[in-house]
Design a protein around this ligand. Structure first.
Ligand code: NAD
Length: 294
């Protein structure tokens, strides 16, 4: 069993680390928030006072941080973790960050003989708690083979997306499609209801017809159509609009980098920014429905 350093015990990191403990891995943990470490200490993790202390002696480092700048801050530079880790250490970087930023960290890692995988996730906090996350992984197949038991303790679907940064590219592609589907569904629901249809009837017709998509199957944005969807709980829980805006921004950065034309993604980002300006960033991303109703 590997000795693992887990850095970043937020909404996602804490339940992921908990699943590693349950699977029997030895964990040293670090977060800027002491309370998060205290919570896991009772379950067998060893809290530390810095990322470097957590990583000392670890064969594997897992990180789950908010954004690119946090990840670059943790790993790069003379004081960064990569400068301290022993060659041969395995780094599983699970945060959602810009593919370019991931490639930068990959390069610095390989220059030191450290195998790094970018491994962003899908499945939200519920998937993190249940250990059913989807991992989209970029990097060497040999490193993934070594890391597989660790990913399997936290997730259900483990995809090798391709070389360095490919996991991040897959993640932003997926979330761009999700946002566009959500917006398209929300505007159609509003138009249908404004023209006299019952929301549940319209939702079911579209779900079973050629307009059917994931949001109509699992996550209808119209309140009351699906009992357990965030829309029926005041748009609480689920995946926050501000995180969707972040991912759409990363998708635009990737499109800029490759010169790709992504008009739907660009429009989706603008609509989510508008929601943030309306103070709805902390609500579930299906709250985009409210842009289309009076
Ligand atoms: P979060 O803000 O709840 O957690 C981040 C944690 O990192 C915090 O506890 C913070 O204190 C800690 N942190 C920040 N800088 C640190 C540092 N230098 N050293 C140690 N700890 C540090 O965020 P989250 O919701 O857990 O999301 C983490 C990542 O997962 C993000 O990149 C997010 O986009 C992605 N993600 C989130 C969800 C979701 O539903 N929340 C779903 C999929 C992917």
């Amino acid at each position: 069993m590997y000795q693992i350093a887990f850095i970043g015990l937020g909404h996602m990191g804490l339940p992921m680390a908990r699943n590693l403990l349950k699977a029997g891995f030895a964990l040293k943990v670090f977060d800027l928030v002491q309370a998060a470490m205290d919570e896991l200490a009772g379950e067998g993790a060893l809290p530390t006072s810095s990322a470097a202390e957590a990583a000392a002696g670890a064969q594997v480092v897992v990180s789950m941080l908010p954004a690119s700048r946090h990840v670059e801050g943790l790993y790069l530079g003379a004081d960064g973790l990569l400068a301290r880790l022993k060659p041969g250490t395995l780094v599983l970087e699970c945060s959602t960050i810009a593919p370019e930023s991931a490639r930068k960290v990959h390069q610095a890692a390989s220059a030191r003989g450290i195998a790094l995988l970018d491994a962003p996730v899908s499945g939200g906090t519920a998937g993190a708690a249940a250990g059913t996350l989807t991992f989209m992984i970029g990097g060497e197949a040999a490193a993934l083979a070594k890391a597989r038991p660790i990913f399997e303790a936290m997730g259900k679907n483990i995809f090798h997306a391709g070389p360095d940064g490919a996991g991040q590219v897959a993640k932003v592609c997926n979330n761009q499609v999700l946002a566009v589907q959500m917006i398209a569904t929300a505007e159609a629901m509003a138009m249908g209801v404004a023209n006299g249809l019952e929301p549940a009837v319209l939702a079911e017709i579209m779900r079973q017809s050629s307009g059917g998509n994931w949001t109509l199957e699992k996550y209808n944005p119209w309140p009351g159509v699906m009992e357990n969807a965030p829309a029926s709980k005041g748009y609480s829980g689920g995946f926050m609009a501000e995180l969707m805006a972040k991912d759409l921004g990363l998708a635009q950065e990737a499109a800029q980098h490759s010169g790709s034309s992504t008009p739907m993604g660009a429009l989706a980002l603008q609509l989510y920014r508008l929601l943030l300006k309306q103070g709805k960033g902390k609500q579930d991303f299906s709250v985009v429905q409210q842009l289309f109703v009076e």
